[in-house]
Design a binder for this molecule. Sequence first.
Ligand SMILES: CC(C)(COP(=O)(O)OP(=O)(O)OC[C@H]1O[C@@H](n2cnc3c(N)ncnc32)[C@H](O)[C@@H]1OP(=O)(O)O)[C@@H](O)C(=O)NCCC(=O)NCCS
Length: 149
Amino acid sequence: MTLNLVELSPATIVAVNTMSLKPGQEEFLAPISYSIAATVIDPAKAWQRVAVDGDEVVGFISASFDEDAPHEHFKSVLLRINVDADDQGRGIGRFLVEALVDEVRRRGLDHITVMYEAGEGGPEAFFHRVGFTPVGETEYGEVVAEIRV
Ligand SMILES: CC(C)(COP(=O)(O)OP(=O)(O)OC[C@H]1O[C@@H](n2cnc3c(N)ncnc32)[C@H](O)[C@@H]1OP(=O)(O)O)[C@@H](O)C(=O)NCCC(=O)NCCS
């Protein structure tokens, strides 16, 4: 496997949108807090990257960096990470989170937050393994976790 990180582009966006999930994973992709916050997330502040193995799209990560975000959780936040079902469990998710942490450091920020739903089939164990520590809960009951850099 030769993993590379590329920008989201017309060449990759279709493949990103057609990546598959394992059964039961759909419900974990977007916590309620994200739909509420969608109104306040500025697309210009989005950081999105695609993991490619050779010329195959295998993963996607999206974050937002916005010092003016009205809520603390959304100032430096991982919004979405997903790895194609067939390629999960090969270190691609970790590769993407490490790239994000590099970006956080590059921007001179001191943390990255993620919000997720706990539960069987969800990303909780992954987020713990790659370094996120729970620090609270949203008003909708999602876990708030962060990596300090
Ligand atoms: C969560 C997700 C991105 C993980 O990607 P991945 O490429 O399979 O993860 P990796 O192979 O890099 O795993 C990194 C570590 O997490 C661990 N891990 C990953 N998934 C795990 C699980 N379901 N249970 C326990 N540990 C898990 C791995 O064992 C590995 O540990 P190690 O490096 O210490 O050996 C992937 O499962 C996915 O796309 N899920 C569906 C979408 C989703 O829920 N996204 C999160 C919300 S937006």
